[in-house]
Write a protein that binds this ligand. Structure first.
Ligand code: NAD
Length: 484
């Protein structure tokens, strides 16, 4: 397969003809050669998006007409769910169950939700005698959307759907590890009636390659980025040169707190999902597991036993719970953190090294790994590993648990298992985290703000928060001749 840029209505190779490869993390097989975008390609894509924004009709279309087209794109995603899910599974190593039943349906939901939100959201207006004051929400202009590999099309559309719904045009750059679904999505969007130039897709890398202009060109009006906290710094710096607003959804090191009054039939499986679903390659993962000491032995015995039973293997098999990690370099990073944990004094209670048996040797397979005996001050407990590795930390009191949870440079999410809802409310109010889940994990309502505190992010997206970011809210004051 060949993956090319979509610039305007043209599918193009890189301006210098260079390519890179996308490989299946399950067995290393070649999936596609991909255009390795140059800075010139990035500039061309911005020009195409600028032209489409200026010339219309997308930016001036009534929101309900945009919504009709976005629903048609969502219908196409639904109709091609299995095809998109298989592409995602092969490109990223995520399980087919997760891709087909969670992420691709969420792609369609992202489109439908923001299409309807933009068409139906109320605008404030304040009649005051013969002065009528109200707010307009014109689109910001050209949006650069830069997305990561861990939930490729779901996160790409979490950025592009609101940008499009509010009338912007977009240049999307998917992660180089996972370019396949973005290309297929763009084809489907054009077929479903999205006008040319409204969605442009370029492939490649950051720095002075294709992503350079996406963050530094003054013709870009908004940058929406999901990725690591380290890359976030580069993007914020580049954007500052033009005062370009940035929404940044970055890394996490979330605490998952289990109290002794938790229903363990809920807390154990949800805690397993919180760290091992998606192989821990999830920004929201509950990678610090804080367990009240009075229930620690019972909880851990069940947690380790159930984690040890998870099926690890070919992500195309519907029975698989954990697929491979994304690439060799990432596998080495995850493994190096387990080695570091050993040096820091950890007991490795489960897992700990790459799977090398014949069924797994060709892929980047790393098992569920449970570390005990470490404090919250260790590097393993403070840095984002982004793999199936959980650090277990004991605590005695609610205040102690909250202090440990909040003692992190990250502030993306938190999970809490207790049957004491007074305590749950108290803790949610004092938790330094963008999202708090109580007796559950991973559920979303797209109307709520999504984002992180500390080095986990800048700004919020979702519902009205996306509208504020992707538009230029404008105050209008109209003096009428006579009072109403
Ligand atoms: P990454 O930061 O390495 O890359 C993300 C994207 O940025 C890729 O498309 C990459 O090519 C691009 N990029 C890299 N350097 C760039 C530069 N200098 N200028 C412009 N673009 C550049 O992240 P990753 O490894 O792809 O993804 C994993 C990270 O993403 C983790 O830290 C994870 O926590 C985070 N993440 C956060 C959220 C969230 O919602 N907060 C969601 C998913 C993933």
């Amino acid at each position: 397969m060949k993956v090319r840029h979509l610039i305007g209505k043209e599918w193009t190779d890189a301006s210098d003809g260079r390519e890179f490869e996308s490989r299946d993390p399950h067995d290393g097989s070649l999936l596609a050669t991909v255009a390795r975008g140059t800075a010139e390609d990035g500039l061309d894509a911005i020009s195409a998006a600028r032209k489409a924004f200026t010339e219309g009709p997308w930016s001036t279309m009534p929101p309900k007409e945009r919504a009709r087209i976005m629903h048609a794109v969502a219908d196409a995603v639904d109709a091609h769910r299995d095809e998109l899910a298989l592409l995602e599974t092969r490109d990223s190593g995520k399980t087919i169950t997760q891709a087909a039943h969670a992420e691709i349906p969420r792609v369609a939901l992202n489109l439908r939700f923001f299409a309807d939100y933009a068409a139906m959201a109320a605008n404030e207006s304040y009649p005051d005698g013969n002065l009528l004051s109200y707010t307009l929400y014109p689109p910001a202009g050209v949006v650069s959307a830069i997305s990561p590999w861990n939930a490729p099309l779901m996160l790409a559309t979490w950025k592009t759907a609101p940008a499009l719904a509010f009338g912007n045009t977009v240049v999307l750059k998917p992660a180089p590890q996972t370019p396949l679904t973005a290309q297929r999505f763009a084809e489907l969007a054009l077929e479903a009636g999205l006008p040319e130039g409204v969605l442009n897709v370029v492939h490649g890398f950051g720095g002075d390659e294709v992503a350079g202009p996406l963050t530094s060109d003054p013709r870009v009006d908004r940058i929406t980025f999901t990725g690591s906290s380290a890359t976030g710094i580069h993007i914020l710096r580049a954007a500052a040169a033009n005062h370009t607003p940035v929404s940044a959804e970055l890394g996490g090191k979330s605490a998952n707190i289990v109290f002794s009054d938790a229903d363990l039939d809920v807390a154990v499986p949800q805690s397993i999902r919180a760290i091992f679903a998606g192989n821990g390659q999830v920004c929201l993962a509950g990678s610090r597991l804080l367990v009240q000491n009075s229930v620690r032995d019972e909880f851990l015995a069940r947690f380790i036993a159930e984690a040890g039973e998870l099926t690890i293997g070919d992500p195309k098999d519907p029975a698989t719970f954990l697929g491979p990690l994304i690439e060799q370099r990432h596998l080495e990073k995850v493994h190096s953190y387990v080695e570091l944990a050993r040096l820091e004094g950890a007991d490795v209670a489960l897992g700990g090294s790459r799977l090398t048996d014949p069924a797994h040797a060709a892929g980047f397979y790393f098992p569920p790994t449970v570390l005990t005996g470490l404090g919250n001050h260790t590097r393993v407990a403070r840095e984002e590993i982004f793999g199936p590795v959980v650090t277990v930390i004991g605590f005695d009191t609610e205040d102690e648990a909250l202090a440990i949870a909040n003692d992190s440079p990250y502030g993306l999410a938190g999970m809490l298992f207790t049957q004491n809802l007074d305590r749950a409310h108290r803790m949610a109010a004092r938790w330094r985290a963008g999202t708090v889940w109580i007796n559950t994990f991973f559920e979303r309502d797209l109307r709520l703000p999504f984002g992180g505190e500390g080095i986990s992010g800048v700004g919020r997206e979702g519902g009205q928060y996306s509208r504020e970011f992707f538009t230029e809210p404008r105050a209008v004051m109209l003096r009428l001749k006579s009072p109403r």
